[in-house]
Design a protein around this ligand. Structure first.
Ligand SMILES: Nc1ncnc2c1ncn2[C@@H]1O[C@H](COP(=O)(O)OP(=O)(O)OP(=O)(O)O)[C@@H](O)[C@H]1O
Ligand SMILES: [Mg+2]
Length: 343
């Protein structure tokens, strides 16, 4: 992986959280690059650590969240982990912006649409009010909101879900960030509106030359929107590949199970439908075996004894394809079991 071309480089990101159940290790050694103009999709079932990954990048974790110093986050060449809170505030919005998962809680019901869209400009620029309003109006037009002059003075409850999502996107992009983190931006919407919002994100990506990290639990969305896909399970990226490669030749049994759970193109899939119990993210249970082993239909003895490292998968169409699964050991399943049996 070349770090120079990437707008965002993440290496060995780990996130720990305190819960009522004790300490959790919710993001585990996550590494990826996000390049200019690219859409990288993170897909995985509920609770696997997708949102905590994105929040860690913005340094907006819950209070009990902790990221160890060995984690590296480079945003436009700057080491996010080492920035002061003040410097971080200028990264947020201006270099990297995030659309949060729950749109109803991300909009303030007591502020007008116009005030919310211009908020970042107010915080980060010396622009006078009239100019900020002009920019906000322009942005509402850019996100395809109908009748933007009227909308400026309306409150969130006067808008539909799709319109509210457009307002959030306008607010995220108003300070022209280079990177957009979009956490489940279409989940709360009906299918037609979902497609409109995905089209909009693609359109804005081209117009503003954005790199997008799109988070979804819906493989239909990933198929629609992504250039590359990374599959997350129990806090880890278990497989990553260019989109076509992933759909053509999924290497991880979890990815294959996900693909089987997709009903039909366009309908979207609820990954929660996967059989078996989702994994626990308890701190004590990391690293001692493959986290997917208890649900895996291709498991081998070694899977219960050791966590697999990352292997490269030869890719037909070019582009990097990586997987954490013992089946992809260069010596093959027999080789790895034989070797391990001797030790
Ligand atoms: N505020 C919190 N305090 C303690 N644990 C939390 C908190 N928020 C989330 N978690 C735990 O962290 C883990 C990862 O959560 P995260 O929100 O990143 O999952 P997700 O992949 O985004 O799921 P979803 O698809 O439901 O949004 C979950 O197992 C969850 O139980
Ligand atoms: Mg989430």
């Amino acid at each position: 992986m070349t770090m120079e071309r990437a707008l965002l480089s993440v290496r060995d990101l780990n996130v720990f959280l305190q819960s009522d159940d004790g300490p959790l290790h919710v993001v585990r050694n996550v590494s990826f690059d996000l390049s200019r103009g690219e859409t990288l999709v993170t897909v995985g079932e509920s609770g696997c650590g997708k949102s905590m990954t994105a929040r860690a990048l913005m340094r907006l974790l819950p209070e009990t969240g902790d990221v160890p110093e060995t984690s590296r986050i480079l945003c436009l060449g700057r080491d996010v982990m080492r920035l002061s809170e003040r410097e971080m505030q200028s990264v947020r919005g201006q270099e990297m912006a995030m659309i949060f998962q729950d749109p109803s809680s991300s909009l303030n019901p007591t502020l007008t649409v116009g005030d919310q869209v211009e908020e970042s400009l107010r915080l980060h620029t010396p622009l006078p009010k009239a100019e900020r309003r002009g920019r906000a109006l322009e942005m509402l037009r850019a996100v395809g909101l109908s009748n933007p002059e009227l909308r400026m003075n309306q409150y969130p409850h006067e808008l539909s879900g799709g319109m509210r999502q457009r307002v959030l996107i306008a607010g995220a992009l108003i300070c022209t960030p280079r990177i957009l983190l979009a956490d489940e931006p279409t989940t709360a919407l009906d299918v037609t509106t979902q497609a409109d919002i995905l089209d909009l994100i693609r359109d804005l990506q081209r117009r503003f030359d954005l790199a997008v990290l799109l988070i979804t639990h819906d493989l239909g969305v990933a198929a629609e929107a992504g250039d590359r896909i990374q599959v997350m399970y129990a806090g880890e990226i278990v497989e990553s590949a260019p989109k076509r490669e992933l759909f053509r030749a999924p290497a991880h049994p979890y990815t294959r199970a996900l693909l089987r759970s997709v009903p039909r193109p366009g309908e979207g899939a609820r990954l929660q439908a996967l059989a078996g119990t989702p994994p626990t993210l308890k701190l004590s249970q990391g690293g001692v075996r493959c986290p997917f082993a208890p649900r895996c239909d291709s498991g081998m003895p070694i899977c219960a004894r050791a966590a697999p490292p990352e292997f490269h998968v030869p890719s037909a169409g070019g582009g990097e394809h990586r997987v954490r699964c013992w089946l992809r050991h260069p010596q093959g399943p027999e080789g790895v079991e034989g070797r391990n049996g001797l030790s």
